[in-house]
Design a protein around this ligand. Structure first.
Ligand code: 3PG
Length: 228
């Protein structure tokens, strides 16, 4: 038997569609910052999203870290048409399915596993899988994805890491998240391979709980002006 005939067929992995890639580009280019939102009360999600949109921030990541997350995505998707609402903290294929059902436009994960990546791609939604370095990024690239979240950005090397990744992976565009703030966001946004950053600072817990939408609008307005 020749060496060639012994090879077993390569598994066919799902690969990202052009439509999903162009949607993720629209999500990343809408504004310099994607807010990472934790909602404890789904009823607050709509006024919160409207405040962010008024401030010029239209791609919104609502995390699945609270039981209210999925319902918040559903109501914002239905009631705030100016926003592109995505799901964050997507950890499993079951999460992917639940997010698709409630109308999420995009999916963000803090890291990757083969099963999660396959489910994200198979959903046909725009995706920003989380990577912390080259090995995870290569699994992402194997599935035809060239957009990723770098997480936790400030811990895994910050702007220096992104510059280093730009050598072997010049076509990848990142959304660094984790430790990004108004004081360092421009250090990231000035890099050619950074399309936007993510962060929780636009939606401080006390302001959300107090319903201080004017303050959140103002934080959004400042974030929208961050492009270097
Ligand atoms: C995330 O999940 O992306 C982070 O929790 C957001 O990080 P930050 O709170 O440092 O902005």
């Amino acid at each position: 038997m020749s060496a060639q005939s012994k090879q077993s067929p390569q598994p066919v992995q799902p690969s990202a569609s052009d439509a999903a890639t162009s949607t993720v580009d629209a999500v990343m280019s809408a504004a310099p910052v994607i807010p990472v939102i934790v909602v404890n009360d789904a009823d607050r999600a709509v006024p919160l999203a409207q405040a962010l949109v008024r401030g010029g921030i239209t791609s919104l990541e609502i995390t699945l870290r609270t039981p209210a997350g999925l319902e918040a995505i559903r109501t914002v998707a239905a009631e705030v048409p100016q926003a592109r609402v995505g799901a964050g903290t997507v950890l499993s294929p079951a999460d992917v399915e639940a997010c698709a059902e409630v109308g999420a436009t995009f999916l963000v994960s803090p890291g990757t596993t083969p099963a999660l990546l396959d489910a994200m791609v198979a959903s046909g939604l725009a995706v920003l899988p989380g990577v912390s370095g080259p090995a995870e990024l290569m699994s992402v690239l194997e599935r035809g994805l060239t957009r990723a979240k770098l997480f936790p950005a400030s811990v895994v090397g910050g702007p220096a890491m992104l510059r280093a990744l730009g050598g072997p992976f010049p076509d990848v565009r990142f959304c660094p998240t984790g430790g990004v703030s108004p004081s360092n966001a421009r250090d990231y946004l000035s890099l050619g391979n950074v399309a936007c950053v993510g962060g929780s600072w636009l939606t401080p817990r006390d302001a959300v709980e107090a319903g201080d939408w004017d303050h959140i609008e103002e934080l959004a307005r400042r974030a929208a002006a961050l492009r270097p």
